[in-house]
Design a binder for this molecule. Structure first.
Ligand code: MN
Ligand code: MN
Length: 321
């Protein structure tokens, strides 16, 4: 149910549930106009920005991703998301937790800061939707999630495998799933990478649905194969926006031609309804290279789909009261 209300729900709204329409072009920005809060009592999902891009190999700028995705989400927040028969905000109490803070002058300390921030949220019983930031941040996030949930299935959308071999301790957005696999945070045999289109000779045993295969087999077959691979395992979902073709996501650091359309990605995600999702992130939106907010809007829309997937198995709590 959409009710009309005044602006600035990011700090004026009381109820953590529900969709409230605001003037799209005005008002204080938060992700999907959720209330800014650090109070995790009764919260189902905390949305947290991680404005870190020091691990980028090519064009930097994803540190501005959280802000851009929040701004773009204002255009989505006036009604429930299309294509689902429920409003995720009638099922989930969602807050915008603000951004993870860290000392940019001590990059070696950033992974521990991201992990500790995530752990604080997970320990309070909330799930975490993180907005990056470059893709490295998924590594400390996986450490926090695996500590709570055990070894995870990874559903990973990307142009790149991010499993290139590396030395311990390096902070690089192309190698963190190598570290995560060696550390036993994820189970490659029950994990899947979608949209790849760059060469890596050693894929560490991950299941691969590369971009040509998605284009050839279609979205329904892709979603069915992902569901088959992860089964009822606990799933961490990570979406590198460069999985999308540069024409759908120009605003990113390492664009690669031949990627998925935003429509393909959305349809695949809808086809994953029912998976056992425990954590999710959306990374690599770099607004300085964006055009007309294409990339930020795609990022916000995808992140909202993650919330729908997370809400799918849950009852409408407002209706039950
Ligand atoms: Mn990538
Ligand atoms: Mn990546």
């Amino acid at each position: 149910m959409t009710e009309k209300s005044g602006n600035d729900g990011a700090f004026t709204r009381q109820d953590l549930y529900g969709t409230v329409a605001e003037t799209t072009f005005g008002g204080a920005l938060s992700f999907m106009r959720r209330k800014y809060s650090r109070d995790l009592d009764g919260v189902d999902v905390a949305v947290c920005g991680v404005p870190f891009d020091t691990a980028t190999t090519n064009r930097p700028g994803a540190r501005f991703g959280p802000r851009a995705v929040r701004a773009a989400s204002a255009n989505l927040a006036w009604a429930r998301p299309y294509g689902w028969d429920f409003d995720p905000f009638d099922r989930l109490a969602v807050i915008d937790y603000g951004d993870c803070s860290f000392d940019f002058g001590r990059p070696e300390n950033v992974p521990a800061a991201i992990e500790a921030n995530a752990k604080q949220i997970l320990d309070a019983g909330a799930a975490l939707l993180s907005i990056g930031g470059d893709h490295f941040l998924t590594y400390p996030l996986l450490r926090a999630h695996a500590a709570k949930h055990g070894k995870l299935s990874l559903i990973h959308f990307d142009a790149h495998s991010d499993t290139w071999a590396d030395e311990e301790g390096r902070i690089d957005h192309g190698t963190m799933f190598y570290h995560a696999t060696k550390e036993g945070l994820v189970d490659p045999a029950r994990s899947v990478q979608i949209g790849l289109r760059t060469v890596n000779e050693d894929l560490l045993g991950f299941n691969i649905l590369d971009a040509p295969r998605v284009h050839a087999t279609g979205v329904e077959a892709t979603a069915a194969e992902i569901r088959r691979i992860v089964g009822d395992n606990k799933v961490y979902l990570t979406f590198d926006i460069d999985c999308l073709d540069p024409c759908f996501a120009p605003g990113t650091g390492t664009p690669v031609c031949g990627g998925l359309s935003s429509s393909q990605a959305l349809q695949i995600l809808k086809g994953l309804a029912g998976i056992n999702l425990v954590g999710m992130d959306l990374v690599e939106v770099a607004p300085a290279y964006d055009i007309g907010e294409i990339t930020a809007l795609a990022g916000a829309t995808l992140a909202l789909e993650f919330l729908c997937l997370y809400a799918y198995n849950r009852p409408d709590r407002k209706a039950a009261e």
